[in-house]
Design a protein around this ligand. Structure first.
Ligand code: F6R
Length: 261
């Protein structure tokens, strides 16, 4: 595998630029498998924060390949997904539950009891309690070792849309119109896209020990530049990642094209 071009813009975060998303995804999968294997050696569990969307698909494929090659086991891994539409049936093809089963959970040995995804089936009077339980479970397990992220064209992370505060935790939110339009294809048309979602908050994400954000393709170039080079602003929630001391951005050449580095 070609080594990525590495830029440490400031000491607090790293930008890795790959020839393509395949090599970036394989690289991240190697890092995550090493972490899991290291923790397994010490009889420690690993807590992964996971994302859905197009950005992590090849990363999950690479993890499945490592598992099938017997290079890693997920028996002692816990996972917490960033978000889920609300309301939605867990078994509906557009749900993030379905996505995760299809791309990862159906193919590896992670015990189903270790898998946490915000529950789009909760009745509305149980949503707050459900979000609190989700947060409590992360804390009870010692926090997220890693959070995997993609980035929306409007700078969202999870469903923390522009305007989200840095203090937010897991909660019910309104989905931004840009985000709903981007999801229109998956739901057949815009009208079918839910208006709300459950999402980990910005504070939840920033509490992870390390963060990896993947962005591939020219469609992400402008927002990547804003998130990395401009000042921190609620209008670009990904810019809050500058408050964290261990963030790695994995980009292909097209997503990195507008960076001044
Ligand atoms: C999904 C999520 C979203 C996506 C973002 C980018 O769980 O948290 O924030 O990461 O919308 O989506 P893609 O990867 O489809 O461009």
């Amino acid at each position: 595998m070609n080594e990525p071009i590495k830029h440490s813009i400031r000491e607090r975060f790293t930008v890795l630029i790959f020839d393509n998303k395949q090599s970036g995804s394989a690289y991240l999968s190697t890092i995550i498998c090493e972490l899991i294997n290291q923790n397994n050696q010490w009889d420690k569990h690993t807590c992964l924060g996971l994302a859905t969307g197009s950005s992590p698909i090849l990363f999950y494929a690479a993890l499945v390949k490592e598992y099938k090659s017997q290079n890693v086991s997920f028996e002692n891994v816990y996972s917490f997904n960033l978000d889920e539409y609300y309301p939605i049936q867990n078994n509906s093809p557009e749900s993030y539950h379905h996505f995760m089963n299809e791309h990862l959970f159906d193919h590896v040995d992670m015990p189903s009891d270790n898998i946490y995804i915000p529950d789009g089936e909760l009745p509305s009077d149980k949503v707050e309690e459900g979000c609190q339980k989700f947060e409590n479970r992360i804390k009870a397990l010692g926090g997220l070792d890693v959070q995997i992220l993609g980035i929306g064209r409007n700078g969202h992370i999870g469903f923390n849309e522009p305007g989200s505060s840095i203090e937010t935790t897991t909660r019910l939110v309104e989905i931004h119109e840009t985000t709903r339009r981007d999801a229109g294809g998956a739901f057949g048309n815009l009208e079918n896209v839910p208006h709300q979602a459950l999402t980990m908050g910005v504070q939840t994400i920033l509490s992870a020990k390390s963060i990896f954000l993947m962005a591939w393709g020219s469609g992400k170039a402008e927002i990547i530049k804003k998130a990395i080079e401009d000042n921190i602003t609620p209008e670009v929630p990904a810019s809050y990642l500058k408050n964290h001391n261990n963030v790695t951005y994995l980009l292909d050449q097209a997503a990195a094209a507008e960076l001044n580095i």
